[in-house]
Design a protein around this ligand. Structure first.
Ligand code: ADP
Ligand code: MG
Length: 365
């Protein structure tokens, strides 16, 4: 197992700058997900760790040693891609054994390792088959087994299950989590799926535009996003944003929008003082409720209630701002009904009003 450290890491492809100078540390045995939209530099970061791309600037250390000039195969890093490309003419057993045979390992040890990993990944009944008959989920497991059979000290997965259907994705997700719990690999898992990242990782590194926006445990990413980009990228249904005006009223700060005024909780006073008169406020659909359930109560008009089996999604308009909230299935307000709408005071977030836009502008540049 191994720790990883990146310092001032930059990746350029000719004139394209894919990674803009990032710093991070990953502890021995930690499971980190790199999360971000397509093109934000996730794979480039991963491939530099694996040694499959050169580092343009900065350093990568594995276990305290700079590996910029160490060849991929000498890093003891295994990488599994979405395209797992099994060898079609040889058995599953031989596919898994392949990297060990290439390394010149003796046959007994190879047999022991292949059977061990096959058992852990529920592949024993498939060992004698050729790849063509496998489902994509099975083929993916074989691909992972082939990467893991070398017992790498770092295991990198780049969108390994994004092409599978929902049910297989859940299954594979459990497998991957279980593998980490069994072997305590240092794992880095690239995905654009926020739910997957939050479900799997010890810490999530959110990237956008070649930069790390936030690196923190899932709870913190969800409840305390550092900026509007992270707040908006993480969470389903998406977080509700609304522009507001901040003002000082005696000892307390107030937030006004669409003709309604709320007194901000103490927790946000310093933030409000920094932001000045305009801000972007945000609250997740899970932290809004219908009824007067705390100090932050607005008045809204129900637009629609979407009844799902385990929860209802209610859309409530406050002036021109439409909020989505997640409610118990028994909460079914009618369209047009005027309702009190409470924001959970612990989960109201404030950002600079230009925050999300600044990131969009950078992307275009
Ligand atoms: P992600 O994995 O987050 O989708 P990538 O790291 O693959 O992002 O790509 C980041 C940026 O670098 C993108 O703009 C992409 O087009 C560019 N890029 C990636 N690989 C290459 C390459 N081999 N040559 C030129 N540009 C590349
Ligand atoms: Mg990628």
């Amino acid at each position: 197992m191994a720790s990883i450290k990146a310092t001032g890491l930059v990746k350029r492809y000719g004139t394209v700058k894919a990674v803009h100078g990032i710093d991070f540390e990953i502890a021995d045995g930690e499971f980190v997900a790199i999360l971000g939209p397509s093109g934000c530099g996730k794979s480039s970061t991963m491939r530099m760790i694996a040694g499959l791309e050169t580092v343009s600037e900065g350093t990568i250390e594995i276990d305290g040693k700079v590996v910029n000039d160490v060849r991929a195969r000498d890093r003891n890093v295994a990488m599994s891609f979405e395209s797992y490309a099994l060898y079609p003419t040889i058995s599953i057993y031989e596919n898994i054994a392949f990297p060990l045979r290439s390394a010149g390992m003796n046959a007994d040890e190879i047999d022991r390792r292949v059977r061990d990993i096959a058992e852990k990944m529920e592949l024993v009944p498939l060992l004698g088959l050729k790849p063509q008959g496998l489902s994509s989920g099975q083929a993916q497991r074989v691909g992972l087994a082939r990467a893991l059979v070398r017992k790498p000290s770092v295991f990198l997965l780049d969108e390994p299950i994004s092409h599978l259907d929902t049910r297989q994705r859940y299954r594979m997700r459990r497998f991957i989590k279980q593998l980490h719990q069994q072997y305590h690999y240092t794992m880095i898992y690239v995905t654009h799926d926020q739910e997957e990242a939050l479900a799997l990782a010890d810490r999530v590194m959110v990237m956008s535009n070649g930069l790390i926006q936030q690196m923190a445990p899932p709870d913190e990413i969800y409840a305390r996003p550092v900026n509007a980009f992270v707040a908006g990228f993480v969470g389903e249904p998406p977080i509700n944003f609304f522009d507001c005006r901040l003002a000082r009223d005696g000892g307390r700060w107030t937030l006004a929008f669409e003709g309604q005024t709320l007194t901000l909780p103490e927790r946000l006073s310093d933030k409000a003082a920094q932001l000045g008169s305009e801000a972007l406020a945000a609250v997740r659909p899970h932290f809004l409720s219908i009824g007067a359930n705390g100090p932050l109560v607005l008045e809204g008009k129900v637009f629609v209630t979407e009844e799902l089996q385990d929860q209802n999604l209610v859309m409530v308009d406050v002036g021109k701002v439409r909020f989505t909230l997640v409610a118990h299935p028994s909460v079914r307000p009618r369209r047009g009904e005027v309702v009190p709408l409470t924001i959970d005071a612990d989960h109201l977030l404030l950002f600079p009003q230009d925050n999300s836009r600044r990131i969009d502008d950078d992307l275009a540049a």
